[in-house]
Design a protein around this ligand. Structure first.
Ligand code: ADE
Ligand code: ZN
Length: 329
């Protein structure tokens, strides 16, 4: 079986980060916005480091001006995901990009996104759930607005809360109020940590935000005692190796710690993060894992089972995805 058609579970995908460059260029033309500075001559997104990546990302988001744009974005992203075998996906969504934290506007964006997700599910079977994220570099006060939006709209689609953005700004614990609010509302929790912030930021995510999953978390490899703790406590890492290599967190796939973490008993999963930005897809991730570490069908089945067991979905959805994984293994 080709790895492209292998059924896959993806837990870490930023919805705006899934926007193909041609999609953003098209919207910029429709709206007469000059975004030429964020594209290379060959049409791909332009950035040379993480700070520039965040700037390019945010500039691209300026043409996602309303619910209709997010409807179209969701359709485009899910079509791509399904083409690469994804049968279940969790996407990060930020009220900051969807109405600026206004609750009424946020509900309108969510209606458009869930309409697109329902249509995609009817078309290809792909299931989408939403993890609402605050953006770290916008600060703890703005994060409270995101948490409130998440808590108010928790339900069948909105099932989790998390944090992305620039890990060099502030500390995980500065956002504890928002994570507590989300936890009390019944949302499941994850946060970006240990992408740039070192093993200490992973510890802080566990101690100060009490999350059950970590976005990236790969810098934990620097600290053997932390690796043991992750393994013992069953903390799930949403690793995104292609993203890490593209952004220079690790110099190559060979240097990526995913296999070492897995061998140490840590629950690892694989996702794309922002696929068109990093010239990756879920099939590319799997192909690279097969080529670099010799992973085979049984490794991928185990990886996907770990992912769906850690997914922020209801048990009926979990059972149905598990059956699909097992049927095609
Ligand atoms: N937002 C989108 N992609 C991100 C990443 N890789 N790290 C932090 N925030 C992000
Ligand atoms: Zn991410």
């Amino acid at each position: 079986m080709s790895l492209k058609s292998l059924p896959k579970v993806e837990l870490h995908l930023h919805l705006e980060g899934g926007a193909p460059p041609a999609f953003i260029r098209g919207l910029a033309q429709e709206k007469n916005v000059d975004l030429s500075g964020i594209f290379e001559a060959n049409g791909s997104y332009r950035f040379e480091n993480f700070t520039q990546f965040l700037r390019t990302y945010e500039a691209a988001c300026t043409v996602l001006t309303g619910p209709e744009e997010f409807y179209r974005l969701t359709k485009a992203v899910l079509e791509q995901s399904a083409e690469h075998g994804v049968i279940y996906s969790e996407t990060f969504l930020s009220p900051d990009f969807c109405g600026g934290g206004d609750l009424t506007a946020w509900r309108e964006y969510l209606d458009a996104i869930t309409r697109a997700a329902d249509e995609a599910e009817r078309g290809t079977g792909i299931v989408l759930k939403g993890i609402i994220t605050c953006i770290r570099h916008l600060g703890p006060e703005q994060a409270k607005t995101a948490a409130l939006c998440a808590a108010e709209t928790m339900g069948d689609f909105v099932t989790g809360f998390g944090m992305g953005g620039d890990e060099s700004v502030g500390h995980q614990g500065d956002y504890a109020y928002s994570f507590d609010m989300a936890r009390e509302a019944g949302l499941r929790l994850t946060t970006h940590a240990g992408e740039w912030g070192g093993a200490a930021s992973v510890r802080a995510a566990l101690d100060d935000l009490r999350v059950e999953r970590i976005g990236h978390g790969v810098q934990a490899i620097e600290d053997p005692a932390l690796v043991d703790r992750l393994a013992e406590d069953g903390i799930v890492l949403e690793t995104c190796p292609g993203s890490n290599v593209a952004l220079g967190v690790f110099p190559s796939w060979d240097a990526h710690p995913i296999a070492r973490l897995r061998d140490a008993g840590v629950k690892v999963t694989v996702s794309t993060d922002d696929p068109p930005f990093f010239h990756t897809t879920m099939s590319d991730e799997y192909d690279n894992l097969a080529e670099t570490f010799g992973w085979e069908a049984e490794d991928f089945l185990a990886l996907n089972k770990t992912a769906i067991e850690a997914a922020f979905c209801d048990d009926t959805t979990r059972e149905s995805i598990l059956k699909k994984l097992e049927a095609q293994s």
